[in-house]
Each structure stands twice: as C-alpha cells, then as structure tokens.
Design a protein around this ligand. Structure first.
Ligand SMILES: Nc1ncnc2c1ncn2[C@@H]1O[C@H](COP(=O)(O)OP(=O)(O)OP(=O)(O)O)[C@@H](O)[C@H]1O
Length: 246
C-alpha cells in the first residue's frame, strides 16, 4: 500500500545536465501530480531521454548532473539509480527492457520486490490491462512483436510497485493500432492514480491521452500547458501536427 502524498509525486528543480561543457538539459522546474499523465515531446536531440535519465540518476556517458529531484517529498537527487527505483521511481527505457530468453510469465515473475513502495500489479491485473500477454504467457520475449514486448516491459515496471513511472517513447516502431492500445492502457493506469511521465515522439497520439504536455527544445522547456491548450499552440501545430497555424 502506498503512502499518501501531498503535493507532487515527482518534482525536479534546476535540473541541469551537461556533456563536456555542452548543456543538454536545463529545466528550472518540472512536477508530476498524483494520478497525472504528463507528456514530453520535442525533436530528436531535444533532451527527452536526458530528462528521464536524469530523474532516474542514470546516463550514457559521463554527464555533469545538478539539481534537486524529489519523490513523494523525499530528496533522491543524490541517490544511485537502484535506490531511486526501490523508492518507487520506475523507467521503461526506449525499446523496453525485458529478458529475451525468458517467457512472458518468467519475465513477470522475475520482477516484484518484497517491499515495493506502491501497488504491485499481480498477474490478473496485468492480463486485464494487456489481454494479448495472456495469450503469449508461455512464449519467449524474443518471439513477441514489438508492441507485445513494450506491453511486457511496462508490466514488469508495474511489478516494481512504482509511485511514478517514466516511459521513454513506448510507441516507437509500433503499428498505429498498437500505439493506441499501449497509450490507452497507460491512461487507464493513470486513471487508477499512477503518475506517469510519458516521452513520446508521436505528438498526436500523446495529446489524445495526456493531461499536460511539455515541449522541449535544445534541453529547455519551450512551452507547457494542459493538453487542450497545447493542441492549439502554433509551435505544436506547425512542427508536430502538420497544420499551418491560423
Ligand atoms: N552520452 C552522451 N554524450 C554526449 N552528448 C550526449 C550524450 N547523450 C546525449 N547527449 C546529447 O544531449 C542532447 C539531448 O539528447 P537526448 O538523447 O536526450 O535527446 P532526445 O530528445 O531523447 O532525442 P531522441 O528523440 O533522438 O531520442 C543531444 O544534444 C545529445 O547529443
């Protein structure tokens, strides 16, 4: 059972990441409320992955990372990744993270710490969320489609009992129908009070499910707001929805 949280579940201030003097991310403030789905969009290289990795305390290479990260009110910015995960911050990285040589059932059994901070989804809940996984229970992850593998990766993260879930481009490489299925399932989790930060390159699909959208450009927040308002933002319309601004 998760502790109740007042204020944001996840909040970062003055989050700054640089690689050899090149500032890849500079974000004064970002927050995720309980039961909120926030989308993060931006062009290639805008800093989307750098953002989720900095929140989790993980990186490729050797960046200099500064700033504060708070999870359920506790400062976690100086903790190693595994300690952040055990406190309830879970990441599904780009391309998912599953054991290819294990079956779906084995993959799910391999995740679930005894002292998870949030709600640990059991098999029945996962099968209700992603019915396709029920049919694939005894299949190896290597035999799954990209969409099924993404569903399995999200399910594994749910077995960790997260307070907040970071999803890095879950729809990449998926057929449109599966993009809808996966993002609808994510919305369903949020409606049951999970907090999710969703990095998405498919802006149209993201706008259909998120509460708020953040537009990153060169590591900075260029615009942010409720989905309904961002849908009409000329910077989103022109660059991402392929429509000329009025
Ligand atoms: N290991 C690294 N070493 C040096 N620079 C890096 C490293 N990782 C990321 N960067 C730089 O940080 C910036 C942000 O990259 P990042 O991967 O976060 O962008 P992104 O928005 O996730 O892009 P994409 O949509 O292509 O995945 C880029 O300028 C990138 O070159």
């Amino acid at each position: 059972m998760s502790r109740s949280v007042e204020g944001p579940v996840l909040e970062a201030r003055d989050l700054r990441v640089s690689y050899g003097g090149h500032v890849a991310l500079d974000i004064p403030h970002i927050a995720l409320a309980p039961g909120e789905l926030v989308g993060v969009v931006g062009a290639n290289g805008a800093g989307k992955s750098t953002l989720v990795n900095a929140l989790l305390g993980w990186s490729r290479g050797n960046p200099v990372v500064g700033g504060s990260v708070r999870l359920a009110g506790e400062e976690i910015g100086a903790l190693p990744t595994h300690a952040r995960v055990s406190r309830g911050l879970a990441l599904v990285p780009e391309g998912g993270a599953v054991f290819m040589s294990l079956t779906v059932a084995e993959n799910l059994a391999a995740a679930a710490p005894p002292d998870a901070p949030g709600h640990v989804h059991d098999e029945a809940e996962i099968e209700a969320l992603f019915p396709r996984l029920r049919e694939r229970r005894q299949h190896k992850a290597s035999a799954l489609s990209g969409g099924e593998r993404q569903m399995l990766a999200i399910s594994r993260a749910l077995r960790l009992g997260p307070r907040a879930l970071l999803l890095d481009e879950p729809s990449i490489g998926l057929a449109p129908r599966l993009v809808t299925d996966v993002l609808r399932a994510v919305r369903g989790l949020v409606d049951r009070n999970l907090s999710v930060l969703l990095v998405e390159q498919n802006v149209r699909a993201a706008l259909a499910v998120v509460d708020r959208l953040i537009l990153l450009e060169r590591g900075r927040i260029l615009a942010e707001g409720p989905a309904a308002a961002m849908r009409d933002d000329p910077r989103i319309l022109e660059a991402y929805l392929g429509e000329a601004a009025a």
